[in-house]
Design a protein around this ligand. Structure first.
Ligand SMILES: [Zn+2]
Length: 139
């Protein structure tokens, strides 16, 4: 069966364990907004962002170490153009269980240490100095 041109542009489907991963991750890691809260932005909804771009993004749809929970506002205005080390800092602070910097480097066909832990920790420190506290509290 031929696929329509529109259908071809749809993002790939998430694996079943994405739904499990969402449990307890119902808030935006950047602004802390969650469904049901008032919003000055409309429409506002929660989304999953992949922290790698371009040809790697299709694979990232299936890899929990690439997932970031965000509202559509922060997705478009911040995460979409955020340096990778900072995105990894958000991942480390909010989803340590699935944080895997080396795997992200390898997925991008770079060396396992292309982005170092120190680079991520510098971003963690910058976030904390700016007053950022992850939902579960400080590390
Ligand atoms: Zn947000």
């Amino acid at each position: 069966m031929k696929r329509s041109p529109l259908r071809r542009n749809l993002p790939p489907k998430r694996p079943a364990y994405h739904a499990e991963w969402l449990v307890g991750r119902d808030y935006c890691w950047r602004c802390k907004w969650r469904e049901g809260m008032p919003s000055e932005v409309w429409p506002r909804r929660m989304e999953t962002h992949e922290l790698v771009r371009g040809p790697f993004r299709v694979k990232a749809f299936h890899l929990s170490y690439c997932w970031i929970r965000t509202c559509n506002e922060c997705h478009a205005k911040h995460f979409a153009s955020m340096p990778l080390a900072r995105q990894l800092a958000y991942k480390r602070l909010n989803d340590r269980e699935h944080y895997d910097r080396r795997a992200v480097n390898l997925l991008r066909r770079r060396s396992p240490g292309a982005i170092t832990e120190v680079e991520v920790l510098v971003e963690v420190r910058k976030l904390k100095l700016a007053g950022y506290v992850p939902e579960g509290g400080a590390e």
